[in-house]
Design a protein. Structure first.
Length: 437
């Protein structure tokens, strides 16, 4: 497609030169028009959007505003699928509290500091340099939101070099996600801890064999919260055989069941039984306990283990005592206990208890680059993205995910700079003001 107007193009070039570092004019122009996908200049995504519209009359696949993004995703999804993702437990007061917690903090920017276009938002996590402290939250049954599901999300996180977490409730198996994520990219595995040690061992071994290097053990969802939107529809996708692929592919599950539900001659009844078996063994209604953690270490060895779903500083201290590598502060996006504390409100106490001794991840309520800034300034080492990525996925699969992820990273990088920070190291609590009216 041809640009509409050469003069206009020149005018735009000159406005964006300020956003790139010193090179020859042509190099500057090229770096803005064709930025590397894994780029320190995430903020150049705004230039890309302006160019594409001005020169080619193209607009992004979805809004850059979270509320509008969710609203258009809702129109693209089935009511059951939309409500499965949007809903929380009970009256959904914790879903709301997760957002309100972000409103308790305001940014107090600093000015006249030396900040260059290339702000360093990279971080080192578990001895690996990441381009940004952003991780895909474990989110189940992604084919509910687009047929490309986990293949698309893992592909885009791989492209950007950001960690991707595969879930036990996945609609794509270990090898499938590893292939779409790409060789050498940081892959994590989230375990819903089965009550059967043979199955647990088998899942962990398969994860290791497929290059998943960090184990995330979700400890707040050993039983399902009272999810009113799903209950009112009787909607539980696992019983339909969606989100059970890890179990369906597992060789130990085949032995225990006495059949392979993915075999060409498997009956519909066998498929349903295998789906039920996976669901029951992973969402078992029996809580995991500290004393059994050694069973995971036995298989996972010295590789990193994080506990996801920790909200109390006392539990964070326990995690330290039991030799975990980190905790992920999360209330599962308000899907488990209605009335639980807003996730960001729980962060300062956890930071005070274990910062520097355990890696601290954070999720539940992140909707923007501003939210990244607040959580990281309060002491989180990384933040996880859940619902925003699902709404992106609903918009043409990987195209929508790429747009959402690039938008959030751009907003974050812009905010880091505008707050007076040259790098992530400068992002700290002195740039926040608490505001509880
Ligand atoms: C549709 C959906 C499915 C989820 N599935 C899982 C899962 O299988 N395992 C898990 O540990 N967390 C799961 N979560 C929780 C996310 O990892 C994360 O904690 C949550 O999305 C954070 O809330 P937010 O998206 O509102 O920021 C799920 C969340 C959603 C919305």
């Amino acid at each position: 497609m041809q640009p509409r107007n050469t003069l206009l193009r020149c005018a735009i070039y000159s406005t964006v030169i300020i956003s790139v570092s010193a090179q020859s004019p042509q190099e500057l122009i090229n770096s803005v028009l064709n930025p590397a996908l894994v780029s320190e200049h995430y903020s150049s995504y705004s230039s890309e959007i302006y160019f594409n519209h001005t020169l080619y009359n193209q607009t992004p696949v979805a809004s850059t505003n979270y509320d509008k993004l969710e609203a258009s995703a809702k129109l693209l999804l089935t009511p059951a699928g939309y409500n499965y993702a949007a809903g929380g437990a009970g009256l959904e007061t914790t879903v709301a509290a997760n957002r309100e917690a972000f409103d308790h903090w305001h940014i107090l920017p600093r000015v006249m500091r030396s900040v260059l276009p290339s702000r360093d938002i990279s971080t080192v996590l578990f001895n690996r340099t990441l381009p940004a402290p952003i991780v895909m939250a474990p989110v189940g049954v992604q084919t509910l939101f687009h047929s490309s599901g986990e293949r698309a999300t893992s592909k885009v996180f791989g492209e950007l070099g950001l960690p991707y977490t595969l879930i036990t409730a996945s609609s794509t198996g270990f090898a499938g996600v590893a292939a779409s994520n790409g060789a050498g990219n940081p892959r994590w595995y989230q375990l819903y801890w089965p009550d059967d040690d043979d199955l647990t061992r088998s899942y962990l071994q398969t994860a290791k064999a497929n290059g998943y290097v960090v184990l995330v053990v979700t400890v707040d969802t050993w039983d399902l919260g009272w999810r009113t939107r799903d209950l009112d529809r009787g909607f539980f996708p696992f019983l339909w055989g969606v989100g059970v692929q890890i179990g369906l592919e597992d060789p130990v599950a085949h032995q225990k069941l006495g059949f392979d539900a993915l075999a060409a001659n498997a009956t519909a009844e066998q498929k349903q039984n295998a789906a039920l078996y996976h669901t029951i063994t992973t969402l078992r209604g029996v809580s995991p306990v500290w004393e059994n953690l050694w069973r995971l270490r036995e298989v996972w060895g010295d590789a990193r283990i994080l506990l996801k779903g920790v909200q109390s500083a006392e539990d964070a201290k326990e995690a330290l005592k039991w030799g975990l590598d980190g905790v992920i502060l999360s209330n599962h996006g308000g899907r488990q206990i209605d009335g639980a504390i807003g996730s960001l409100d729980a962060l300062p106490a956890i930071v005070q208890a274990v910062k520097g001794k355990l890696v601290i991840g954070f999720d539940s309520g992140i909707r923007s680059g501003i939210d990244f800034f607040k959580a990281l300034a309060l002491g989180a080492d990384f933040v996880q993205l859940g619902r925003p990525i699902l709404w992106g996925l609903a918009h043409e699969g990987e195209k929508g995910i790429r747009h959402v992820l690039k938008s959030l990273l751009a907003e974050f990088e812009i905010t880091v700079g505008l707050a007076g920070c040259a790098s992530l190291k400068d992002v700290n609590e002195t740039l926040l003001v608490e505001n509880r009216r």
